[in-house]
Design a protein around this ligand. Structure first.
Ligand code: SF4
Length: 267
């Protein structure tokens, strides 16, 4: 049987880039149904010292270094829908079996199906035995302050906002989105700080000059001194499909790692 994999183009593609807010909404319509969301995998893993992970389908960015581009670019391929209760139950089972204290939704972007995510977080809170790392590109939280307010009612959530580069130009080069959307990533950190939601920034630095990194840290300090101190570095892992996409885009990383040679401090 031949499997036909449709590629979903971001809407509004143009010389100035697509709008990640519009893309989030068009993705949501594909990956969410009656409060359930499409996922492609549930797994344990070594990150954060051990974490149970639900890998969701659908993202509102198109990073050229993304390791999870098959579900991202093929959101309607037949991935199964899961209710928040099923997601939580799978995460809990993995965590109990492996004695983890941490849970997360990863793979693509958790926040594009907001109500589904909030229900999973409610289940984490009700159980009370686990903490949840919300890994996000922050665009949705930056666009709408009420999202940070929603998160502020949970005591077991820590948000990791993954910045795509250090500035508007790098963001646009790496994601293909309109440059000004980088500000939404920073705005997410501001909104989270305003509502006292535990959070820290990470940033993809594989393509950044030292000067740009310094400037980003100054911008983070202006939002919250703590963000500059807790700033986490991210680098490209050179999976074969990532290498190929970088080659096609003609973008050469300054710093990158082979997947089997990732330094311990990045795990
Ligand atoms: S935000 Fe994450 S999941 Fe989305 S394209 Fe970028 S790297 Fe991939």
């Amino acid at each position: 049987m031949t499997l036909i994999i449709p590629f979903i183009e971001p809407p509004s593609c143009s010389a100035v880039g697509y709008d990640p807010i519009a893309l989030a909404e068009s993705m949501r319509k594909i990956v969410e149904r009656d409060g359930r969301r499409r996922y492609y995998r549930f797994r344990g893993g070594k990150w954060y010292g051990g974490i149970a992970t639900a890998d969701c389908v659908g993202c509102n960015l198109r990073c050229i270094f993304c390791w999870s581009n098959v579900p991202r670019d093929n959101p309607s391929m037949g991935w199964k829908f899961y209710s928040p209760e099923e997601v939580y139950s799978n995460l809990r089972r993995i965590a109990e079996r492996r004695r983890y204290r941490l849970l997360r939704i990863s793979g693509n972007e958790p926040t594009i199906c907001w109500d589904h995510l909030i229900r999973v977080l409610e289940l984490v809170e009700e159980d009370g035995r686990f903490n949840f790392i919300l890994e996000t590109n922050g665009i949705i939280i930056g666009r709408d302050r009420s999202k940070a307010e929603d998160l502020s009612r949970f005591s077991r959530v820590h948000v990791r906002v993954s910045l795509k580069g250090t500035c508007e130009e790098e963001f646009s080069l790496l994601t293909g989105a309109k440059p000004e959307a980088f500000e939404l990533q920073l705005m997410a950190l501001r909104n989270l700080a305003d509502y006292n939601v535990p959070a820290h920034p990470a940033a993809m630095l594989s393509f950044s000059s030292r000067e740009n990194i310094k400037k980003l840290i100054e911008r983070l300090k202006e939002i919250d001194e703590g963000y500059a101190a807790e700033f986490e570095e991210e680098y490209v892992f050179l999976y074969p499909h990532v290498k190929e996409r970088l080659r096609k885009a003609g973008v050469v990383p300054i710093t990158a790692y082979e997947p089997d040679k990732v330094p311990d401090e990045l795990v």
